[in-house]
Design a protein around this ligand. Structure first.
Ligand code: GAP
Length: 445
Protein backbone atom coordinates (compact mmCIF):
# COMPACT_ATOMS: atom_id res chain seq x y z
CA UNK A 1 0.00 0.00 0.00
CA UNK A 2 1.50 3.28 -1.04
CA UNK A 3 2.06 6.21 1.23
CA UNK A 4 -0.19 9.25 0.90
CA UNK A 5 0.00 12.64 2.54
CA UNK A 6 -3.28 11.85 4.37
CA UNK A 7 -1.72 8.76 5.95
CA UNK A 8 1.28 10.78 7.13
CA UNK A 9 -0.97 13.53 8.56
CA UNK A 10 -3.06 10.94 10.39
CA UNK A 11 -0.04 9.09 11.81
CA UNK A 12 1.51 12.39 12.92
CA UNK A 13 -1.58 13.38 14.86
CA UNK A 14 -2.26 9.91 16.28
CA UNK A 15 1.27 9.37 17.55
CA UNK A 16 2.07 12.94 18.58
CA UNK A 17 4.53 13.95 15.89
CA UNK A 18 2.74 17.03 14.54
CA UNK A 19 -0.50 18.89 15.35
CA UNK A 20 -2.36 21.69 13.61
CA UNK A 21 -1.45 24.95 15.36
CA UNK A 22 -4.19 26.46 17.58
CA UNK A 23 -6.38 23.44 16.93
CA UNK A 24 -8.85 24.05 19.76
CA UNK A 25 -9.65 27.41 18.13
CA UNK A 26 -10.25 25.85 14.75
CA UNK A 27 -6.60 25.98 13.70
CA UNK A 28 -4.56 28.61 11.90
CA UNK A 29 -3.72 27.98 8.29
CA UNK A 30 -0.27 26.64 7.37
CA UNK A 31 1.17 26.67 10.89
CA UNK A 32 2.00 23.47 12.77
CA UNK A 33 3.13 22.42 16.24
CA UNK A 34 5.52 19.57 16.95
CA UNK A 35 4.42 17.08 19.61
CA UNK A 36 6.59 14.87 21.84
CA UNK A 37 7.81 12.54 19.08
CA UNK A 38 8.02 15.28 16.43
CA UNK A 39 10.19 17.53 18.55
CA UNK A 40 12.67 14.68 19.17
CA UNK A 41 12.80 13.84 15.47
CA UNK A 42 13.32 17.47 14.51
CA UNK A 43 16.03 17.93 17.14
CA UNK A 44 17.85 14.81 15.89
CA UNK A 45 17.70 15.99 12.26
CA UNK A 46 19.08 19.41 13.24
CA UNK A 47 21.88 17.78 15.25
CA UNK A 48 22.70 15.50 12.34
CA UNK A 49 22.96 18.53 10.05
CA UNK A 50 25.02 20.53 12.55
CA UNK A 51 27.48 17.71 13.12
CA UNK A 52 28.01 17.12 9.42
CA UNK A 53 28.19 20.80 8.42
CA UNK A 54 29.96 22.41 11.40
CA UNK A 55 31.82 19.77 13.43
CA UNK A 56 33.02 17.81 10.40
CA UNK A 57 34.57 20.87 8.70
CA UNK A 58 37.35 22.87 10.36
CA UNK A 59 36.49 25.87 8.21
CA UNK A 60 32.78 26.09 9.05
CA UNK A 61 31.50 27.89 12.14
CA UNK A 62 28.03 28.43 13.55
CA UNK A 63 25.85 31.50 14.08
CA UNK A 64 22.46 32.27 15.61
CA UNK A 65 21.30 35.67 14.36
CA UNK A 66 18.16 37.47 15.53
CA UNK A 67 14.95 36.99 13.54
CA UNK A 68 14.24 40.73 13.61
CA UNK A 69 16.88 42.73 11.77
CA UNK A 70 17.38 46.25 10.48
CA UNK A 71 14.78 46.87 7.73
CA UNK A 72 17.51 48.23 5.43
CA UNK A 73 18.84 44.68 5.19
CA UNK A 74 15.73 43.62 3.31
CA UNK A 75 15.94 46.63 0.99
CA UNK A 76 19.59 45.88 0.19
CA UNK A 77 18.96 42.17 -0.26
CA UNK A 78 16.27 42.88 -2.85
CA UNK A 79 13.48 41.32 -0.80
CA UNK A 80 11.41 44.49 -0.36
CA UNK A 81 11.31 45.06 -4.10
CA UNK A 82 11.56 41.56 -5.43
CA UNK A 83 10.48 38.85 -2.98
CA UNK A 84 7.06 38.62 -4.53
CA UNK A 85 4.71 36.09 -6.06
CA UNK A 86 2.14 36.98 -8.75
CA UNK A 87 -1.28 36.79 -7.10
CA UNK A 88 -4.53 36.38 -9.06
CA UNK A 89 -8.09 36.23 -7.71
CA UNK A 90 -11.14 34.49 -9.12
CA UNK A 91 -13.95 37.07 -9.30
CA UNK A 92 -16.55 34.28 -9.06
CA UNK A 93 -15.43 31.84 -6.33
CA UNK A 94 -13.01 34.32 -4.65
CA UNK A 95 -10.21 31.73 -4.51
CA UNK A 96 -6.61 33.03 -4.74
CA UNK A 97 -3.84 31.52 -6.84
CA UNK A 98 -0.22 32.01 -7.72
CA UNK A 99 -0.31 32.85 -11.40
CA UNK A 100 2.82 30.81 -12.11
CA UNK A 101 1.11 27.67 -10.72
CA UNK A 102 -1.90 27.87 -13.08
CA UNK A 103 -2.05 25.58 -16.10
CA UNK A 104 -0.98 27.72 -19.12
CA UNK A 105 -4.10 26.75 -21.16
CA UNK A 106 -6.41 27.84 -18.37
CA UNK A 107 -4.39 30.97 -17.78
CA UNK A 108 -4.73 32.00 -21.41
CA UNK A 109 -8.52 31.85 -21.04
CA UNK A 110 -8.29 33.46 -17.57
CA UNK A 111 -10.16 30.36 -16.43
CA UNK A 112 -10.38 29.61 -12.70
CA UNK A 113 -8.67 26.27 -11.83
CA UNK A 114 -11.18 25.77 -9.00
CA UNK A 115 -14.66 26.76 -10.25
CA UNK A 116 -13.84 26.53 -13.97
CA UNK A 117 -15.39 29.90 -14.92
CA UNK A 118 -13.69 31.42 -17.96
CA UNK A 119 -12.60 35.05 -17.90
CA UNK A 120 -12.95 35.12 -14.11
CA UNK A 121 -9.29 35.62 -13.14
CA UNK A 122 -8.02 39.11 -12.33
CA UNK A 123 -4.73 40.45 -13.66
CA UNK A 124 -1.75 39.45 -11.51
CA UNK A 125 -0.68 41.69 -8.65
CA UNK A 126 2.80 41.30 -7.17
CA UNK A 127 2.35 40.17 -3.58
CA UNK A 128 5.30 40.52 -1.19
CA UNK A 129 5.82 37.38 0.90
CA UNK A 130 7.46 39.08 3.87
CA UNK A 131 5.51 39.44 7.11
CA UNK A 132 5.64 43.04 8.27
CA UNK A 133 5.34 44.19 11.86
CA UNK A 134 6.30 47.23 13.93
CA UNK A 135 9.01 47.68 16.48
CA UNK A 136 8.07 49.77 19.52
CA UNK A 137 4.69 51.18 20.51
CA UNK A 138 3.99 53.36 17.46
CA UNK A 139 2.74 51.82 14.25
CA UNK A 140 4.31 54.11 11.67
CA UNK A 141 6.37 53.56 8.54
CA UNK A 142 9.59 54.39 10.36
CA UNK A 143 9.10 51.49 12.77
CA UNK A 144 8.48 48.76 10.20
CA UNK A 145 10.44 45.54 10.69
CA UNK A 146 10.11 42.21 8.91
CA UNK A 147 10.09 38.63 10.10
CA UNK A 148 13.04 37.22 8.16
CA UNK A 149 12.02 35.18 5.09
CA UNK A 150 15.41 33.40 5.01
CA UNK A 151 18.15 32.94 7.58
CA UNK A 152 20.87 33.73 5.01
CA UNK A 153 20.87 37.53 5.44
CA UNK A 154 21.71 37.20 9.16
CA UNK A 155 24.88 35.42 8.04
CA UNK A 156 25.85 37.99 5.38
CA UNK A 157 25.55 40.95 7.73
CA UNK A 158 27.66 39.10 10.33
CA UNK A 159 30.30 37.94 7.87
CA UNK A 160 32.77 40.62 9.00
CA UNK A 161 32.16 39.92 12.71
CA UNK A 162 32.74 36.20 12.24
CA UNK A 163 35.82 36.72 10.08
CA UNK A 164 37.39 39.13 12.58
CA UNK A 165 36.63 36.99 15.64
CA UNK A 166 37.12 33.41 14.48
CA UNK A 167 40.44 33.70 12.61
CA UNK A 168 38.97 31.91 9.60
CA UNK A 169 40.48 32.40 6.17
CA UNK A 170 38.71 32.15 2.86
CA UNK A 171 37.36 29.66 1.91
CA UNK A 172 35.22 29.31 5.02
CA UNK A 173 31.56 28.85 5.84
CA UNK A 174 28.97 30.05 8.35
CA UNK A 175 26.11 27.74 9.27
CA UNK A 176 22.83 28.61 10.92
CA UNK A 177 19.56 26.89 11.80
CA UNK A 178 16.58 29.07 12.54
CA UNK A 179 13.01 30.10 11.89
CA UNK A 180 11.93 31.83 8.69
CA UNK A 181 8.53 33.26 7.78
CA UNK A 182 6.79 33.66 4.43
CA UNK A 183 3.27 34.82 3.81
CA UNK A 184 2.80 32.14 1.14
CA UNK A 185 -0.18 32.59 -1.21
CA UNK A 186 -0.70 28.88 -1.63
CA UNK A 187 0.68 27.09 1.42
CA UNK A 188 -0.29 23.47 1.86
CA UNK A 189 0.48 19.81 1.68
CA UNK A 190 0.85 19.63 5.43
CA UNK A 191 4.31 20.86 6.50
CA UNK A 192 5.65 20.96 2.93
CA UNK A 193 4.85 24.65 2.48
CA UNK A 194 4.00 26.58 5.63
CA UNK A 195 4.11 30.21 6.69
CA UNK A 196 6.46 29.61 9.61
CA UNK A 197 9.26 27.09 9.13
CA UNK A 198 12.85 26.38 9.95
CA UNK A 199 15.83 26.54 7.63
CA UNK A 200 19.30 25.02 7.96
CA UNK A 201 21.55 27.16 5.79
CA UNK A 202 25.28 27.30 5.21
CA UNK A 203 26.95 30.15 3.36
CA UNK A 204 30.40 29.35 2.00
CA UNK A 205 32.64 32.31 1.21
CA UNK A 206 35.14 31.76 -1.62
CA UNK A 207 37.49 33.67 -3.85
CA UNK A 208 35.83 34.65 -7.15
CA UNK A 209 36.93 32.08 -9.70
CA UNK A 210 36.87 29.29 -7.11
CA UNK A 211 33.08 29.44 -6.93
CA UNK A 212 32.27 26.82 -9.54
CA UNK A 213 34.43 24.15 -7.93
CA UNK A 214 32.97 24.92 -4.49
CA UNK A 215 29.46 24.82 -5.96
CA UNK A 216 30.08 21.33 -7.35
CA UNK A 217 31.60 20.19 -4.05
CA UNK A 218 28.64 21.31 -1.96
CA UNK A 219 26.12 20.01 -4.44
CA UNK A 220 27.64 16.53 -4.07
CA UNK A 221 28.03 16.81 -0.30
CA UNK A 222 24.40 17.74 0.20
CA UNK A 223 23.07 14.92 -1.96
CA UNK A 224 25.22 12.46 0.01
CA UNK A 225 23.92 13.93 3.27
CA UNK A 226 20.33 12.97 2.50
CA UNK A 227 21.46 9.44 1.74
CA UNK A 228 23.33 9.28 5.06
CA UNK A 229 20.13 10.44 6.69
CA UNK A 230 18.59 7.22 5.42
CA UNK A 231 16.63 8.60 2.44
CA UNK A 232 16.39 6.15 -0.48
CA UNK A 233 18.72 7.35 -3.29
CA UNK A 234 16.24 6.47 -6.06
CA UNK A 235 13.78 8.98 -4.55
CA UNK A 236 16.27 11.84 -4.81
CA UNK A 237 17.38 13.79 -7.86
CA UNK A 238 18.82 17.15 -8.91
CA UNK A 239 16.87 19.77 -10.78
CA UNK A 240 18.91 22.51 -12.42
CA UNK A 241 17.24 25.91 -12.54
CA UNK A 242 16.73 27.25 -16.03
CA UNK A 243 17.50 30.91 -16.69
CA UNK A 244 13.85 31.89 -16.11
CA UNK A 245 13.72 30.08 -12.74
CA UNK A 246 16.83 31.59 -11.15
CA UNK A 247 16.27 33.73 -8.04
CA UNK A 248 17.31 37.36 -8.33
CA UNK A 249 20.59 36.66 -6.51
CA UNK A 250 21.72 33.45 -8.24
CA UNK A 251 24.13 32.77 -11.09
CA UNK A 252 23.47 29.02 -10.91
CA UNK A 253 21.13 26.89 -8.82
CA UNK A 254 20.27 23.25 -8.32
CA UNK A 255 17.43 21.89 -6.24
CA UNK A 256 17.65 18.54 -4.56
CA UNK A 257 14.21 17.08 -5.20
CA UNK A 258 12.36 14.20 -3.56
CA UNK A 259 9.58 12.05 -5.01
CA UNK A 260 6.81 12.97 -2.54
CA UNK A 261 3.29 11.51 -2.87
CA UNK A 262 2.47 14.90 -4.48
CA UNK A 263 5.24 14.49 -7.09
CA UNK A 264 8.89 15.50 -7.40
CA UNK A 265 9.39 18.67 -5.33
CA UNK A 266 12.22 20.79 -3.98
CA UNK A 267 13.80 19.67 -0.74
CA UNK A 268 16.88 21.89 -0.69
CA UNK A 269 18.37 24.64 -2.84
CA UNK A 270 22.08 25.01 -3.63
CA UNK A 271 22.90 28.40 -5.07
CA UNK A 272 25.87 30.28 -6.45
CA UNK A 273 24.98 33.75 -5.16
CA UNK A 274 28.16 35.36 -6.54
CA UNK A 275 29.09 38.60 -4.72
CA UNK A 276 25.51 39.84 -5.06
CA UNK A 277 24.68 39.91 -1.34
CA UNK A 278 27.97 41.25 0.01
CA UNK A 279 28.16 43.96 -2.65
CA UNK A 280 24.58 45.05 -1.93
CA UNK A 281 25.24 45.19 1.82
CA UNK A 282 28.57 46.93 1.28
CA UNK A 283 26.89 49.62 -0.83
CA UNK A 284 23.90 50.06 1.48
CA UNK A 285 25.80 50.05 4.79
CA UNK A 286 28.91 51.91 3.61
CA UNK A 287 31.05 49.29 5.40
CA UNK A 288 33.98 47.66 3.67
CA UNK A 289 33.18 43.97 3.28
CA UNK A 290 36.16 43.07 1.09
CA UNK A 291 38.62 40.38 2.08
CA UNK A 292 42.37 40.78 1.99
CA UNK A 293 44.20 37.64 0.97
CA UNK A 294 47.57 37.86 2.75
CA UNK A 295 49.29 35.18 0.74
CA UNK A 296 48.29 36.51 -2.67
CA UNK A 297 48.41 40.16 -1.51
CA UNK A 298 45.07 40.87 -3.14
CA UNK A 299 41.73 42.24 -2.03
CA UNK A 300 38.37 41.00 -3.28
CA UNK A 301 34.69 40.67 -2.43
CA UNK A 302 34.01 36.99 -1.78
CA UNK A 303 31.52 34.94 -3.77
CA UNK A 304 29.01 32.89 -1.81
CA UNK A 305 27.90 29.31 -2.34
CA UNK A 306 24.72 28.63 -0.37
CA UNK A 307 23.22 25.34 0.76
CA UNK A 308 19.66 25.97 1.94
CA UNK A 309 17.66 23.13 3.48
CA UNK A 310 14.21 23.23 5.05
CA UNK A 311 14.20 21.43 8.40
CA UNK A 312 10.45 20.78 8.34
CA UNK A 313 10.60 19.62 4.74
CA UNK A 314 13.49 17.28 5.58
CA UNK A 315 11.44 15.89 8.46
CA UNK A 316 8.47 15.36 6.16
CA UNK A 317 10.78 13.62 3.70
CA UNK A 318 12.09 11.31 6.43
CA UNK A 319 8.53 10.39 7.44
CA UNK A 320 7.32 9.80 3.88
CA UNK A 321 10.41 7.80 2.98
CA UNK A 322 10.27 5.68 6.14
CA UNK A 323 6.54 4.91 6.10
CA UNK A 324 5.42 1.40 5.27
CA UNK A 325 2.23 -0.58 5.70
CA UNK A 326 3.62 -4.07 5.80
CA UNK A 327 1.34 -7.04 5.21
CA UNK A 328 2.09 -9.74 7.77
CA UNK A 329 0.45 -13.17 8.00
CA UNK A 330 -2.56 -12.07 10.02
CA UNK A 331 -2.40 -8.31 10.06
CA UNK A 332 -0.90 -5.21 8.54
CA UNK A 333 1.61 -3.28 10.58
CA UNK A 334 2.42 0.38 10.07
CA UNK A 335 6.11 0.94 10.54
CA UNK A 336 8.43 3.91 10.25
CA UNK A 337 11.84 2.67 9.09
CA UNK A 338 13.58 5.82 10.33
CA UNK A 339 17.35 5.69 10.51
CA UNK A 340 18.13 4.81 14.18
CA UNK A 341 20.31 7.93 14.44
CA UNK A 342 17.32 10.22 14.03
CA UNK A 343 14.57 8.02 15.51
CA UNK A 344 12.74 9.99 18.25
CA UNK A 345 12.98 7.10 20.72
CA UNK A 346 15.97 4.80 20.44
CA UNK A 347 14.67 1.86 22.46
CA UNK A 348 11.58 0.77 24.38
CA UNK A 349 11.88 -1.42 27.46
CA UNK A 350 9.12 -3.92 28.31
CA UNK A 351 8.55 -6.46 31.04
CA UNK A 352 7.04 -9.47 29.23
CA UNK A 353 4.43 -9.81 31.99
CA UNK A 354 3.64 -7.71 35.03
CA UNK A 355 4.78 -10.21 37.68
CA UNK A 356 7.70 -12.30 38.95
CA UNK A 357 9.97 -9.29 39.37
CA UNK A 358 9.98 -8.47 35.65
CA UNK A 359 8.46 -4.94 35.90
CA UNK A 360 10.99 -3.99 38.60
CA UNK A 361 13.89 -5.36 36.55
CA UNK A 362 12.63 -3.60 33.40
CA UNK A 363 12.26 -0.31 35.21
CA UNK A 364 15.79 -0.58 36.60
CA UNK A 365 17.12 -1.17 33.10
CA UNK A 366 15.06 1.72 31.74
CA UNK A 367 16.56 4.06 34.35
CA UNK A 368 20.07 2.93 33.47
CA UNK A 369 19.55 3.53 29.76
CA UNK A 370 17.79 6.86 29.99
CA UNK A 371 20.95 8.72 30.98
CA UNK A 372 22.43 7.77 27.60
CA UNK A 373 19.59 7.95 25.10
CA UNK A 374 15.87 8.61 24.71
CA UNK A 375 14.13 5.44 25.89
CA UNK A 376 10.54 4.57 26.66
CA UNK A 377 9.06 2.24 29.31
CA UNK A 378 5.84 0.40 28.54
CA UNK A 379 4.23 -2.25 30.68
CA UNK A 380 0.65 -1.99 29.44
CA UNK A 381 -1.16 -4.39 27.11
CA UNK A 382 -0.07 -7.46 25.19
CA UNK A 383 3.57 -7.38 24.11
CA UNK A 384 2.55 -7.63 20.42
CA UNK A 385 0.53 -4.44 20.79
CA UNK A 386 3.44 -2.75 22.47
CA UNK A 387 5.71 -3.70 19.55
CA UNK A 388 3.19 -2.26 17.07
CA UNK A 389 3.01 1.05 18.94
CA UNK A 390 6.80 1.35 18.77
CA UNK A 391 6.87 0.35 15.08
CA UNK A 392 4.56 3.27 14.32
CA UNK A 393 6.76 5.62 16.32
CA UNK A 394 9.86 4.45 14.44
CA UNK A 395 11.58 3.05 17.56
CA UNK A 396 14.36 0.85 16.18
CA UNK A 397 14.77 -1.48 19.18
CA UNK A 398 12.51 -3.07 21.81
CA UNK A 399 14.15 -4.68 24.83
CA UNK A 400 12.12 -7.32 26.65
CA UNK A 401 12.68 -8.66 30.14
CA UNK A 402 11.33 -12.21 30.35
CA UNK A 403 11.61 -15.20 32.67
CA UNK A 404 15.02 -16.10 31.27
CA UNK A 405 16.27 -12.62 32.23
CA UNK A 406 15.44 -13.44 35.84
CA UNK A 407 17.67 -16.53 35.59
CA UNK A 408 20.65 -15.49 33.46
CA UNK A 409 20.44 -11.66 33.19
CA UNK A 410 20.06 -11.64 29.41
CA UNK A 411 17.41 -9.64 27.53
CA UNK A 412 15.96 -9.87 24.04
CA UNK A 413 16.48 -7.07 21.51
CA UNK A 414 13.84 -6.96 18.81
CA UNK A 415 14.78 -5.20 15.59
CA UNK A 416 11.99 -2.97 14.21
CA UNK A 417 12.72 -3.66 10.54
CA UNK A 418 13.35 -7.41 10.56
CA UNK A 419 11.24 -8.15 13.67
CA UNK A 420 14.01 -10.63 14.59
CA UNK A 421 15.02 -11.00 18.22
CA UNK A 422 18.38 -11.83 19.65
CA UNK A 423 19.55 -12.28 23.19
CA UNK A 424 22.19 -10.08 24.81
CA UNK A 425 23.67 -10.05 28.33
CA UNK A 426 22.31 -7.05 30.21
CA UNK A 427 25.82 -5.83 31.05
CA UNK A 428 26.57 -5.48 27.34
CA UNK A 429 23.24 -3.93 26.35
CA UNK A 430 24.30 -0.27 26.37
CA UNK A 431 27.30 -0.93 24.16
CA UNK A 432 25.30 -3.12 21.77
CA UNK A 433 22.57 -0.49 21.43
CA UNK A 434 25.04 2.32 20.85
CA UNK A 435 26.79 0.30 18.18
CA UNK A 436 23.51 -0.52 16.43
CA UNK A 437 22.17 3.03 16.63
CA UNK A 438 25.17 5.14 15.81
CA UNK A 439 27.07 2.75 13.61
CA UNK A 440 23.94 2.06 11.65
CA UNK A 441 24.79 5.07 9.49
CA UNK A 442 28.27 6.48 9.32
CA UNK A 443 28.07 8.16 12.68
CA UNK A 444 29.73 11.32 11.50
CA UNK A 445 26.64 12.62 9.80
N1 GAP B 1 18.30 31.42 1.29
C1 GAP B 1 17.79 30.78 0.11
C2 GAP B 1 16.43 30.31 0.26
O1 GAP B 1 15.74 30.61 1.21
P1 GAP B 1 14.59 28.87 -0.93
O2 GAP B 1 14.73 27.91 -2.08
O3 GAP B 1 13.59 29.95 -1.01
O4 GAP B 1 16.05 29.46 -0.74
C3 GAP B 1 15.25 27.04 0.79
O5 GAP B 1 14.34 28.04 0.39
C4 GAP B 1 14.53 25.87 1.43
O6 GAP B 1 13.70 26.32 2.50
C5 GAP B 1 13.58 25.12 0.49
O7 GAP B 1 14.27 24.19 -0.31
C6 GAP B 1 12.64 24.46 1.47
O8 GAP B 1 13.20 23.27 1.99
C7 GAP B 1 12.54 25.49 2.59
N2 GAP B 1 11.33 26.30 2.43
C8 GAP B 1 11.18 27.42 1.68
N3 GAP B 1 9.93 27.92 1.78
C9 GAP B 1 9.28 27.09 2.63
C10 GAP B 1 7.95 27.06 3.16
N4 GAP B 1 7.06 28.00 2.87
N5 GAP B 1 7.61 26.05 4.00
C11 GAP B 1 8.52 25.10 4.35
N6 GAP B 1 9.78 25.09 3.89
C12 GAP B 1 10.16 26.07 3.04
Amino acid sequence: MSVTMEKIVSLCKRRGFIFQSSEIYGGINACYDYGPLGVELKKNIKEFWWRSMVYAHDNIVGLDAAILMHPKIWEASGHVAGFTDPLVDCKVCKQRFREDEIDPDKLEKRQCPRCGNKGSLTEARQFNLMFKTHMGPVEEDASVVYLRPETAQGIYVNYRNVLDSSRQKIPFGIAQIGKAFRNEITPGNFIFRTREFEQAEMQYFVKPGDDEEAFQFWKDQRMTWYQKLGIRPDKLRFHQHGFDELAHYAKAAFDIEYAYPIGWKELEGIHNRTDFDLSRHQDASGKDLTYFDDAARERFLPFIIETSAGVDRTLLTCLVDAYEEEALEKETRTVLHLDPQIAPVKAAVFPLVNRDGMPEMAEKLYRELKGEMKVFFDASGAVGRRYRRQDEAGTPFCITIDSQTMEDETVTIRDRDTMQQDRVPMVKLKAVLKQRIWNAGNGDG
